[in-house]
Design a protein around this ligand. Structure first.
Ligand code: MLT
Length: 407
């Protein structure tokens, strides 16, 4: 049931047709007036404006029961029929106050759109006002405005939140198996700015902006605290979230990542890669990185995964690629942070990971006050994609263990 109040509306003569009663077009106007009055009496008529969205009517069907005449007072109530990812279905009923006769009903579907006319997720605030609870279901990727950029994200499932942060130069789909299978959790897999289907501005890439973007995304989704999993560069972003937004993090999963900053040699390598991206484009970067990010076993036995990663990297916008390389080059050493991480922590590493090998993961684990570490056999640097079932199983066990602490 909607939390908006029922309102009374007077039928004016000018609204009635040549036969002296409300016709279909006029009813639409009357129902619309009733909705605005209900909003004004409830959260305020600037409610949608404040959220930066507009509820666009996509379908309306009216059922007449009895005629309404000038001077009639109609009591109009409003019910939430269905809460979708980007749409809501409402019904309104008009009852004549004088005799309680049901005069007409309307069924409406609204799609939430942003200023550019793009569909956006129904904000929690809207769901709350209409008396519904957001339930994320399998569905299409959506884009969420988080300030100066819109981030694409897959959001699926109900339960405590699990934020999955991808690495470089990748996108949210490296977590596809975890998004599909980690039932009992609200899985949120965004594309970082500059990668995947998120906006790729010309500049503004630092670990701080990535971290702030993700916290704004959590805000948009009404998530107070989340377990955050970060793969490689996603781990660097997670460390920055711990620095800047520690109270939003309920648990930590560090996958194929490291805490230390780039060495002098590593920073020079970033600069060379920036030149390659600018001079030859994203595909050239993809070809150079591919042999190092995928494990030997994957390269020999999973040609589909090899192609998937090649294409994922090659379609990364150059601006996003250059921005991420600069942000990684300039990131701070997170080693001093490790001993203060006091939430449940899991470290996962692919046995064949050359970029952040198991030895590095062991050093990382030793620096943490209490963390379990799991080595995934047959996987390289992209373990969640290369050995998805094994990684999902390890994560599911960890999540089950920490559920009470998080919920
Ligand atoms: C990644 O997978 O995110 C990158 O390899 C990380 C890095 O280059 O440091």
């Amino acid at each position: 049931m909607s939390r908006l109040p029922s309102v009374e509306i007077t039928v004016y003569p000018y609204e009635c047709d040549a036969y002296g009663h409300l016709n279909q077009a006029a009813y639409l106007t009357v129902f619309e007036r009733a909705r605005w009055e209900a909003l004004a009496l409830g959260p305020g008529s600037d409610f949608f404006k404040k959220l930066g969205i507009w509820p666009a009517v996509r379908r309306a069907s009216i059922e007449y029961h009895k005629p309404a005449f000038p001077g009639d007072r109609l009591a109009v109530d409003l019910r939430l029929e269905k809460l979708g990812r980007t749409s809501i279905a409402l019904s309104q009923r008009a009852v004549r106050v004088a005799d309680g006769t049901l005069l007409a009903e309307v069924q409406l579907t609204f799609v939430m759109i942003d200023a550019a006319g793009r569909p956006v997720a129904v904000p929690e605030e809207v769901a709350a006002v209409f008396g519904g609870r957001m339930s994320s279901r399998p569905g299409e990727m959506l884009r969420y405005d988080v300030g100066d950029v819109a981030l694409a994200a897959d959001v699926r499932g109900d339960g405590p939140a699990l934020l999955l942060v991808h690495g470089f130069p990748l996108d949210r789909t490296i977590w596809a198996h975890q998004v599909a299978t980690l039932a009992g959790w609200r899985r949120i897999a965004p594309d970082l700015r500059g990668m995947g289907a998120s906006d790729a501005p010309a500049d503004g890439y630092t670990m701080a902006t990535y971290a702030d973007d993700l916290v704004r995304l959590l805000d948009r989704l009404g998530v107070e605290r989340a377990v955050v999993a970060g793969l490689s560069m996603g781990g660097y972003v997670l460390f920055e979230m711990l620095r800047r937004h520690r109270d939003r993090i309920a648990g930590v999963v560090l996958v194929d990542t490291r805490a230390d900053a780039d060495s002098t040699e590593g920073r020079a390598g970033r600069d060379r890669m920036i030149e390659v991206a600018q001079r030859e484009g994203a595909r050239a970067v993809a070809e150079r990185m591919l042999p190092r990010v995928l494990g030997r076993s994957t390269q020999q036995t999973q040609p589909v995964v090899v192609e998937q990663v090649r294409e994922m990297m090659a379609r990364t916008p150059v601006a996003g690629m250059v921005g991420a390389l600069q942000a990684m080059r300039d990131r701070a050493d997170a080693t001093p942070l490790l001993s203060s991480i006091d939430v449940p922590t899991l470290v996962v590493v692919g046995q064949e990971d050359e970029l952040t090998p198991p030895e590095a993961a062991k050093a990382l684990t030793r620096g943490l006050p209490s963390a379990a570490m799991t080595v995934i056999s047959g996987a390289g640097h992209l373990a969640p994609l290369e050995a998805p079932t094994a990684v999902s199983r390890v994560m599911a066990e960890f999540l089950e263990h920490v559920r009470d602490a998080v919920a």
